[in-house]
Design a binder for this molecule. Sequence first.
Ligand SMILES: [Mg+2]
Length: 336
Amino acid sequence: MNKQISKDRILGGMYGQALGDAWGMPAYFDQDQTWAAFGWIDRFYPAPDDHEVHAGLPAARITDDSEQAFSLAQAYLQHGGVTLAATVEAIIAWYDRTGGDQSKYVGPSTRRGVLALKKGVDPHEAGHMGDTNGAAMRVSTVGLLYAGDPMGAIEAAYTSCIPTHNTNVAVSGASAIAAAVAVATRPDASLDAIIAAGLLGAELGRKKGTPWHSPSVARRIEQAVRIARQGTDARVRLRALFDEVGTSLSIVETVGSAFGVLVMADGDPQQAAVYAANLSGDADTIGAIACAMAGAYKGIAAFEPSIIEALDADLVMASYHVRDLADGIYGLASGR
Ligand SMILES: [Mg+2]
């Protein structure tokens, strides 16, 4: 049994994923609009009625990011590890469960991949054009399954990308997050070590998948960390992340900004959720990723009980039985 692996940090990573996702869910795509509507998103809010994607969702509701991450966890536990077959099964099952054909939730690469898989396209071909952030939004599960083992996490992250996001930029972004989460679970983890793991994952991941025209994930992470460490007001730094690093569906932007938010928050999951939500853009995805890293780093004990209660009270979250999944992940990660 590997004594280095802590159940507290695995559970922290999973609740972090949900926290950042649900906290960022009501944010608008534009920063000024978010700040005008909410002032500062400092609690769980329901989605505004005019929200393009999330209208109608109640406060503390997770979205596609966490649902896919937890669906992968279910499948990897059933299959005894990260396999291509389990990845395909989990993503198609999630797509069907959420009425994917009609759902605004489904991102462009995931939809293209799932529709190709359903037509019988080989999983190695189905994701050959997938270049958006879905690969990174769900990959914290892989990092937790490889707790303490960033090289294993980087290998497995590629497997998790293949059916929908098999381009080098997507694999780079996913590998960065998987490696960062794996290192964040270590008892001796530091923010610098988490960033270094992210950069390593980004560089190694970029060598896999279909070559794609894209800027470097690693350079964007470095840019975001530089902005995060400037001694300016939080809103000024969030504005700089929005304008210079980016918050669109581009995985380069998403992963860069997630590291920026993580560093601005000094690794605290709740503060990272606040920053990600107020960053706007694809806030729920950036929040899910940043807070998964932060939660794995600080552990579940760092969360206020009221936050856990609010997440647990939501029907969608409850349907995934996250504590049981965390037990299973702990068992697999410890037995390796
Ligand atoms: Mg989402």
